[in-house]
Write a protein that binds this ligand. Structure first.
Ligand code: GDP
Ligand code: MG
Length: 619
């Protein structure tokens, strides 16, 4: 909303402009007034809309035309005052004042006008009959009002209307010529409807309407009021109410009615609550709230956010098959201005037999976006209405910023849930097969993936001592000379060689020696394509000897050339090493470590349980 409002009063001499201003300020009719009142500023807290308001007078006797034009261009709203007992002053509204103002303002951003008929105390009849045709002709006229400075009639109303015309303009919402809402407004309201339709059945039922009312207006809706609203819609529309709930058509009709009855501040309140600015675009503060992420920290979704995303999934998984069909996915993205997920997403996360993103895959993709591009994640959550539906202060409250990894390493403990694994290997060594194998796809299913839908990422979950963790695999393009800082920073490294290709191990050895030998990041050597006959690697040592020498676990055989889904064992091992990077490779082999680690996990789990109980206990 605007920070202040500037109201200018114009009109013929002696219609009562100065008297109106003085009456507003002093609450009594002044017997004598100057030609022109000083500019006054009404502080925010005494105006109905809580915005500082400047009121500016005009006097032909004291001001030049140039000064008038300047004031016109500075004004946010202009009141054209006439005197109800003075025909000539009414005529001048159309013959002089409106053209003069319009000449000085842009056609697309016309300043709203208010017609003010002053001195209503002097006549019996109303001037409305004369004024209505003018209102119909000039759409920039927001409203008209008759008042009397002398009787103090409609004075505060006049300034309230002026303020409202600026703060809640009808222009962006409604097209007076066509007598219907503008398409941008319909689009915004349709999105709001969709977000508020919690069960996605196309109807706002009583529960959803009550929630909507509370979110937008902070007051509950009385049961009778709820019925009244529905009855109004029923009376005017055949399909505005269905199954005792409001359809989109009914919802849009209600807003048209609000606007037509001059209650467009109601519609504005709804739009603003759902993040829209004055141009009916989602506000930057709404989509991109400030979020500080210190170096060496990562971003994850918190429990609340997962619950919300789960509810979004549920409302779109209409056939309850725990996967989103292309239609269901499109329906989910209906509240987005563009489709955020390309087909590469299907090869980044788990899908079902039809290739549709599963529940697990859906949450994985969200986890990936949050981890790799948190700004995008915030934006997407904004489109879904997270902060509104989950009743949070902003989209930023969905994000958990983890503590500095150095701290984790020091304390030998981590609260993180997402771990990043970089996969190195020469072209054709089996990196993609490894990534896709993590998603449960064997070689046959991998061959079905089109080139343009391939992904360098794969994300899914792995259980580490009963706790679900996300493992994010990232295939690194084999280029020796250009490994950037981000390509090197991860929680665990996979070095892949092809057992059937004698030249593939050397690259792993070189990458290890050049980049990871002295780093704290644990490394694992993967002997891929283990279903093929093994050949001797062209290197001064065998892979096993290399691992021994550098205190790495022995090479892990892997194949995705399987009849069923490839084994997940290796990914559980990788995740475990990523979660517990401080353990030595000897530890990994010894049974006592596993025991110790699992005892640790139980303690954690019990602690969690106790905290949960404490939370449940009434205060
Ligand atoms: P301006 O030139 O438009 O600023 O008009 P003024 O405020 O100077 O008022 C012109 C004359 O109209 C003064 O004599 C006022 O007392 C009188 N006047 C202003 N408002 C009213 C009103 O509401 N009723 C009546 N009866 N007289 C008014
Ligand atoms: Mg005056």
């Amino acid at each position: 909303m605007r920070k202040d409002v500037r109201i200018l009063l114009v009109g013929e001499p002696n219609v009562g402009k100065t008297s109106l201003i003085m009456t507003l300020v002093s609450e009594e009719f002044p017997a004598v007034v100057p030609y022109r009142a000083e500019e006054i500023t009404i502080p925010a807290d005494v105006t109905p809309e809580r915005v500082p308001t400047h009121i500016v007078d005009y006097s032909e006797a004291e001001q030049t035309d140039e000064q008038l034009y300047q004031e016109i261009s500075k004004a946010n709203v202009i009141c054209i005052v006439y005197s109800v007992n003075n025909k000539k002053s009414i005529e001048k509204v159309t013959s002089h004042w409106i053209p003069l103002i319009n000449e000085r303002t842009d056609k697309d951003s016309r300043v709203p006008l208010i017609l003010v008929g002053n001195k209503s105390d002097l006549v019996e009849h109303s001037s409305m009959e004369t004024v209505l045709p003018i209102m119909n002709k000039y759409t920039e006229i927001e409203t008209c009002v008759e008042c009397s400075a002398k009787n103090l009639k409609n004075i505060s109303e006049l300034f309230y209307y002026a303020q409202k015309a600026v703060l809640h303009p009808t222009g962006p919402l409604y097209c007076p010529e066509k007598k219907e809402m503008r398409s941008a407004c319909v689009r915004a309201l349709a999105r709001i409807f969709k977000v508020s339709d919690l069960d996605n059945d196309g109807i706002l039922n009583d529960h959803e309407l009550t929630f909507f009312q509370r979110t937008c207006f902070n007051t509950p809706l009385a049961p009778q009021a709820l019925e009244d609203v529905k009855n109004v819609v029923r009376k005017n529309l055949t399909d505005g109410v269905r199954d005792n709930g409001l359809t989109l058509k009914g919802f849009l009709f209600l807003h048209t009615l609000f606007i037509q009855r001059g209650r467009h501040e109601t519609t504005w309140a709804v739009l603003r609550r759902f993040g829209y600015d004055d141009d009916l675009e989602l506000h930057q503060d709404y989509l991109f709230p400030l979020l500080k992420i210190p170096p060496d920290c990562t971003t994850e979704l918190n429990h609340n956010a997962y619950l919300f995303l789960q509810s979004v999934f549920d409302k779109h998984d209409k056939d309850r098959d725990y996967a989103l069909s292309p239609e269901e996915l499109m329906d989910l993205f209906d509240v987005f201005p563009y489709v955020p997920w390309g087909l590469d997403v299907n090869s980044t996360v788990c899908t079902n037999d039809q290739g549709w993103i599963t529940y697990q895959g859906y949450l994985s993709q969200w986890t990936l976006t949050t981890y790799l591009d948190v700004q995008r994640c915030l934006e997407y959550l904004g489109y879904l209405g997270y902060s509104i539906i989950a009743e949070q202060e902003s989209q930023a409250s969905a994000i958990a910023v983890t503590r500095d990894k150095k701290h984790d390493l020091q304390k030998k403990q981590t609260q993180r849930n997402v771990f990043r694994c970089h996969v190195f290997g020469i072209t054709g060594s089996g990196k993609t097969g490894f990534l896709q194998g993590f998603l449960g796809r064997n070689l046959v299913r991998q061959r079905a993936i089109k080139e343009e839908h391939k992904s360098y990422y794969a994300i899914s979950t792995a259980h580490v001592y009963g706790q679900e963790k996300y493992l994010l695999l990232h295939e690194i393009f084999p280029d020796f000379d250009f490994l950037s800082e981000t390509e090197l920073s991860c929680d665990i490294v996979c070095l892949i060689y092809d057992v059937s290709n004698p030249c593939s191990f050397e690259y792993c050895a070189q990458i290890f020696k050049q980049y990871f030998m002295d780093s704290k990041t644990p490394c694992m050597l993967i002997a891929a394509k283990s279903d093929l006959p093994e050949t001797k690697q062209q290197y001064c040592m065998t892979p096993l000897e290399f691992c021994r020498k550098h205190k790495m676990p022995p090479p892990q055989s892997y194949t995705c050339n399987t009849a069923v889904a490839p084994s997940k064992d290796i990914f559980i091992k990788l995740t475990t090493m990523a979660v517990y990077p401080h353990i030595t490779h000897a530890d990994l082999k010894s049974s006592t470590f596993w025991l110790r680690a699992s005892v640790g996990a139980t303690v954690c789990a019990m602690l969690g349980f106790a905290m949960y109980r404490a939370l449940l206990r009434p205060r």
